[in-house]
Structure formats: structure tokens, C-alpha cells
Design a protein around this ligand. Sequence first.
Ligand code: SF4
Length: 339
Amino acid sequence: METSTEGVAGTGSDDSAGAAAPAERTETVATEPTGAVASEPADAAEAIAAAPAPAPAVPPASLSPSRASDFMQCPLLYRFRVIDKLPEKPSEAATRGTLVHAVLERLFDAPATERTAPRAKSLIPGQWDRLRETKPEVVELFADDPEGERLARWLTEAEQLVERWFTLEDPTRLEPAERELFVEAQLDSGLKLRGIIDRVDVAPTGEVRIVDYKTGKAPRPEYAEGALFQMKFYALVVWRLKRVVPRRLQLVYLGSGDVLTYDPVIADLERVERKLLALWDAIRQATETGDWRPRPTKLCGWCDHQAVCPEFGGTPPPYPLPVRAPESGGTQQGRMGPD
Ligand code: SF4
């Protein structure tokens, strides 16, 4: 495994980095199936009396790091994304993240010696075209930019992020075992964990390194645990699938030029598993009771759903699932730390 490019742990200077950054990549949300939708009320009392009791709401079938983070950040945000499936507007930051990830992935198609910064930057226009084809909604981002000035600036920023990667890793010395790898594992409890790993490196000794690119800035050291949650989640999935504990987890922050690494041990992964099971219990309870609490933080500024959030004077859409009365003393929603 190539390990010579490890840098310092997160030393980001972004004052806002204390909290989780907004999503960096356009990601499909709310793909997990949910339970039965409540039927329309019948107009005759007899019909109501004869109607079978509504099936209990079934929680989504699986959990990804993004959705787990959503619930920890704000249970109501999770509901809006996963249960209500409310649409969200693409953002410049998330779309740039998607573009940069695509470029870094495609660069490994080239022979090792040709994986240079100019080559990587030359991939940007083609990958941007491809993104517009596969996600036409991103075109809206620059609909009010007829001269193309903002688009040009945005593309330059994407170039700078790609260029910075070459100061952090040397792709001519890397031969990834996997890129954009979809993984899914089922825990003994039945909960399925799934996600997409940006890059997997495997050393001749069999040691596994999991790498994730971030186009934002590294968090301040006191928030590094939160940033590592996603990586430990992936490590747990790999451990469950392959019975191998990844040797190293590596976050590459292109926004600030930092590399954050962590070498997990089995106890870390067992702790994450317990955390996810507790989280899953809380999600299941909220799904069944319809009790999804807003948890306002400074990240609300990035939330697309303020118009329907009670914290901002809005009213959520009618809950689409059957509900049962909440249990007293249930889990404190959204109060779980990431690890
Ligand atoms: S605005 Fe804030 S509190 Fe409301 S749903 Fe979004 S993240 Fe949650």
C-alpha cells in the first residue's frame, strides 16, 4: 500500500468547520423504501369500523453514512429527505464536489505515468458535460449567468481543487483496487449498511486503505471524530463483508490541503456498530410514531426545508405513514454524537 503521501491530521483554518460541512456531492437521497402510506379516511362509520388496523410503518430498509448523519444532525431533516422525499435544489458546492470526484476517478483510467495535473484538469470539461447529461437539474445553477462568468469561476475553482490533490497524493504511485465502490452489508440485527467508497487501496500484504475525497476544508481537530464517522462506517461494512479490518482510513481535504488519517481497531468498529444500532432504534421509533423533532443548529442555513420547518414558522407536510402513540422516555432524538 502506498503510504508515503500521508499528511498532517486536520488543521483546517475554517472557523465554520466546527460543524459538519454541507453535503459536498450531489447524492441521491431517500432511496430506501418506507412503509405503507395511510389510506384516505372512509366516509361511513361502518367502513371505518370494518377497516383493518393500519399496518405499522416500516422504517427504511438501510442506512448510509449520509442519512445517519442527517438523523444525528436533525431528525426532521432525515424525515424530509427519507420519508417525505422532498426535492432539494442542487448547490454549487455539492455539484463541484461531484465533478471533482468524477475527475479524480477517471484519471486512474490513464497509465500511471500519465496521471498528471494537466491531464486531470483536461478531464473537467468532459466530466462537466457528462454531469449535465446525467443530472440535467444542475444546469439551473447557472441559468442566471448568461455571460458564463460565474460558471467560468466555478470551473476554475474545480481546477484548483484538482490541482491541490497532487500536493497531497501522488497518483503515479497508486493503483487503486477499487474506485467508487458500492458496498452493502447486513448486520445480525437485520439492519443493512450501505455506501459508496471513493477509493480502496490494497497493499501486496493485503492491508486495506479506505480513501475519501472532500472538496471542503478539514475540520478543526476537536471535530475530527465527526469527520471520521463516515470512514468508520465504511470500515465496519468492509469488516462485515470481508472479515478484514482496514489498516487505514484516510480523508483527503482538497479545500484546505489536509489529509486526516486514522488506523482503526476492532473495538472502534464494534463501537460504531453499537452506535448505529441505537441510531436505528431511534429512527424506527420516529418512523412509527411520526415524532420527528427539529434540531436547529447553524447548519439550518444550508437546509432546503426551512419553509416547512416549525423552527422557521413552517408546517411540515402531512405525515404519510400510519402512526402509533410515542413511548414515554424514548431516545433523545438527534442528541447522539457521531461516535
Ligand atoms: S431548518 Fe434546521 S431544524 Fe429545520 S429541518 Fe432543516 S436542519 Fe432541521
